[in-house]
Design a protein around this ligand. Structure first.
Ligand SMILES: N[C@@H](CCC[C@H](N)C(=O)O)C(=O)O
Length: 283
């Protein structure tokens, strides 16, 4: 599936006790036909009242705590299978709600953001995470600097720029910043341009996956960081290379993400070895 071009494999792990291995994820991603950004492994529920436990695996085999575009894909796949529109899920980061709307768009309640340096986490204390000391490029003329940082379940850094987000070599700076010692669990790195109070243009280098067409949690972090630095309103359209997402940071502190999800093809997958085969499409 894809969520605005964010390449997602929804793996049906229901009724089994094993997990998708990091080795399988790396093997699947090594093949052109199955290159992906995240695997959303849908397991049997662990907690009463939830539909499923979802494990999120990045293409480098690491575990992610949250994935907005992937959650929309899961909701859409389960709505198509079961005809239900509302689901409650459990992830390593907590309980999430998702809904397929009547117009086909999917809304996911991504929970509440966290701003304390130890929750993100950062390697050292910062009293104010709306703007931390971090820069890249020449010391006296940094290319990117002073990001706002937050946790949307996963660590997020939003670097604000005034010009075109495509002017920045995110493929070069992304890996350096993702692995910067200030982020002990690495981080998702975004470049954001505020086009209007309710419009942000965003590109993201994803932790464990690299440059992607869209990152839902980074879009959520951009709106939350935009609102708390008074750059934007609490609700905004975020334009990513893959298209638009709508994010609202509600008064109850929950961040709600709305956008599309699309089925591309189905197949079978061995979650241990990564061997896979596409299902034949009926003519
Ligand atoms: N594509 C995602 C984010 C996935 C997780 C991220 N790479 C991490 O390791 O935190 C999204 O849509 O949110």
């Amino acid at each position: 599936m894809n969520g605005l071009g964010n390449q997602i494999i929804v793996a049906d792990m229901r009724g089994r006790a094993d997990r998708v291995t990091p080795a399988a994820a790396i093997a699947i991603n090594a093949t052109e036909g199955t290159r992906f950004d995240q695997i959303m492994a849908v397991h049997d529920p662990r907690t009463p009242g939830t539909a499923n436990y979802i494990e999120i695996i990045n293409s480098d085999g690491s575990i992610a705590q949250a994935c907005g575009n992937g959650m929309r894909c899961v909701v859409q796949a389960l709505t198509a299978e079961q005809g239900r529109q509302r689901f409650t899920f459990e992830t390593v980061a907590g309980i999430l709600f998702g809904e397929t709307r009547d117009d086909g768009m999917i809304t996911v309640d991504m929970g509440t953001p966290k701003f304390a340096w130890y929750d993100i986490p950062l390697a050292e204390e910062f009293a104010d995470t709306r703007k931390i000391e971090l820069q890249i490029g020449p010391i006296d003329a940094p290319v990117l600097h002073s990001p706002s940082v937050a946790s949307m379940g996963n660590p997020q850094a939003t670097f604000w720029v005034h010009d075109d987000v495509w002017n920045y070599a995110l493929d070069r700076f992304g890996p350096m910043l993702e692995n910067h010692p200030i982020f002990p669990e690495r981080a998702n790195i975004s470049i954001a341009q505020v086009a209007a109070q309710d419009k942000i243009i965003l590109r993201t280098w994803e932790r464990g996956a690299g440059l992607t067409e869209a990152c839902g949690t980074a879009a959520c972090a951009a709106v939350v960081n935009g609102a708390r630095t008074r750059r934007t309103a609490r609700a905004a359209t975020v334009t990513l290379p893959g298209g638009d997402l709508f994010v609202e940071w509600r008064d109850d502190d929950h961040v709600v993400l709305t956008g599309p999800a699309e089925l591309e093809w189905t197949g079978t997958l061995d979650p241990i070895s990564g061997l896979w085969a596409r299902n034949e499409v009926a003519a």
